[in-house]
Design a protein around this ligand. Structure first.
Ligand code: C2O
Ligand code: CU
Length: 511
């Protein structure tokens, strides 16, 4: 498939130059700092039920704020992906994608989860700085919710923006268990006519296999760098330098529909549509855009950026992008292309009942358009982290399965697979912390920090605010955050297969 240039490898020059110049010396210095910070006797951790967690949660409460009540049932379901394609999967309330939750900043969200799955589950509220005991990470922040059991999640919604939620157990997210969480800012002017939430996904469940079987297969066969794998292996010759993903999916979806039977949105020429794009994929980055017109990118991971024109945008797993588009004069698709994989998804914007063009004819030209990685944008000043000296720096060296490790599908951070009891990355409340993602694998990793929104360091120190950042093969990406939300916060790659292969650690508040 002719996919043009690979945007994951092609960071804009300014950024690449910055990293090349700043990389070497800084790495030596901060590695030293990270080592000396790891004292032999680790200080006690601030657990999810610590008084500090309650104090931080109370500070977020808005007096008199309404409570939004939601009943959420996770259960097996039969789902129609369009054009008669039926699959058995797991879903929330029998719907796929799950019905969005919509509320306002400051509201209390109360979700009563009922687990009708044949195994334990949890719900994680991706991107939100909420109280640690509501973060939904088994062992680390709560006991998993057993099959047949219930759990109440209740917390203040801290910030407006495009968020989403999903289980944090095994491969459940790669089934149908996810939904948008849209938090409105009452003060934000809505300079658009329509709003369309678009969830992107790679789909394999119920097509003769399950995500768990795919993972078991990866584990059994192992994986060697650049090595060809038979069957469900990595796409050896993908345009991401060979590593666009470990799993080939039979379907790619926009709002739960395959390209042959897409969702259709009616609109009038010249109208402005606010897209809220969410990549819910397990192992796939998507390239998104219109065939010929531009988009104005306004937010990434819920936080506003200096508006930026783009012909196409690349989204790693779990990233969100808000964009304004102007409806063209004729029916046109929003193209959703799985990066380095074979397939396509679309959402049709219909004008005057017009028939959509054959989407396949539009793809080659679309793939030649320049692609924006939102990690290179700039936050609006309103959401800048205040200027402050960095108190603690942690390096996270990311590595994948290496030659000779066949039979071992392990992905590591600083040479280790996940252990919730290990020391992780200690921080103290009140510190300015810096994470340096040092990618020593040949694959991209969408790296995610729970409970905080960091600021990506750009050429001038001011990138976007994000909770999930694309870390390309080989370069290093630095992010800063204020340690203002005490607790134990999972820090991981949002490739589900990498997560389960061990690529997780804990940003751990200590006394
Ligand atoms: Cu979508 Cu651990 O997160
Ligand atoms: Cu990864």
């Amino acid at each position: 498939m002719p996919t043009g240039e690979n945007p994951l490898l092609r960071a804009p020059l300014s950024r690449r130059r910055f990293l090349a110049l700043g990389g070497g010396l800084a790495a030596t210095a901060t590695l030293g700092a990270a080592c000396s910070a790891q004292a032999p006797a680790a200080p006690p951790r601030v657990g999810p039920h610590s008084p500090a967690v309650t104090t931080a949660a109370q500070a977020r409460q808005v007096p008199g704020a309404p409570t939004v009540n939601v009943a959420l049932e996770a259960a097996p379901a039969e789902i129609n992906l369009g054009a008669g394609t039926q699959v058995s999967t797991w879903a929330f309330n029998g719907q796929f994608p799950g019905k969005e939750i919509r509320a306002k900043q400051g509201d209390v969200l109360r979700v009563d989860l009922s687990n009708k799955l044949p195994q334990e589950t949890t719900v994680h509220w991706h991107g939100l700085a909420i109280r640690n005991d509501m973060d939904g990470v088994p062992a680390l922040t709560q006991d998993p919710v057993k099959a047949g059991a219930n759990f109440r999640y209740e917390f203040t919604l801290p910030t407006s923006g495009t968020f989403w939620f999903h289980p944090h157990v095994g491969m459940q997210l790669d089934r149908g268990l996810y939904a948008p969480l849209i938090i409105e800012d009452p003060a934000e002017p809505g300079k658009y006519d329509h709003e369309v939430v678009v969830v992107l996904d790679d789909w394999i469940d119920g097509t003769g296999t399950t995500p768990d079987a795919v993972l078991a297969n990866l584990r059994q066969q192992g994986m060697t760098m650049g090595g060809g794998m038979s069957g469900m292996g990595m796409s050896g010759k993908g345009p991401l330098g060979g590593d666009s993903g470990d799993v080939n999916y039979p379907y790619y979806l926009a709002n739960g529909k395959i390209a042959r039977d897409p969702q259709v949105v009616d609109a009038k020429p010249g109208q402005r549509i606010r897209l809220r794009l969410i990549n819910a994929g397990g192992d796939t980055a998507f390239r998104v855009g219109m065939p010929t017109s531009d988009m104005t990118i306004t937010h990434t991971d819920g936080f506003p950026i200096v508006p930026q024109q783009a012909q196409a945008v690349i989204m790693g797993m779990a990233e969100r992008v808000d964009a304004i588009i102007t409806v063209p004069d004729t029916t046109t698709p929003l193209l959703v292309i799985p990066e380095g994989k074979n397939g396509i998804a679309q959402l049709v914007i219909r004008v005057n009942q017009g028939a959509p063009p054959d989407v396949r004819t539009l793809v080659p030209a679309f793939l030649q358009r320049p692609v924006l990685n939102t990690a290179t944008t700039r936050a609006t000043e309103r959401v800048f982290l205040p200027t402050k000296k960095v108190d603690v720096t942690h390096d996270l060296v990311l590595k994948g399965p290496t030659n000779g490790s066949a039979g071992k599908y392990t992905w590591t951070i600083n040479g280790k697979t996940y252990d919730p009891a290990a020391e992780g990355l200690p921080v103290r409340q009140g510190q300015r912390a810096r994470l340096r993602f040092v990618n020593q694998s040949t694959m991209f990793h969408p790296m995610h920090l729970h409970g905080h929104t960091f600021q990506v360091r750009g050429p001038n120190g001011v990138g976007p605010r994000k909770d999930t950042v694309l870390v390309l093969p080989m370069p290093t990406v630095e992010v800063d955050f204020d340690a203002d939300n005490p607790g134990q916060w999972l820090t991981h790659c949002h490739n589900l297969y990498h997560m389960d292969g061990g690529m997780m650690t804990v940003t751990s508040y200590v006394e």
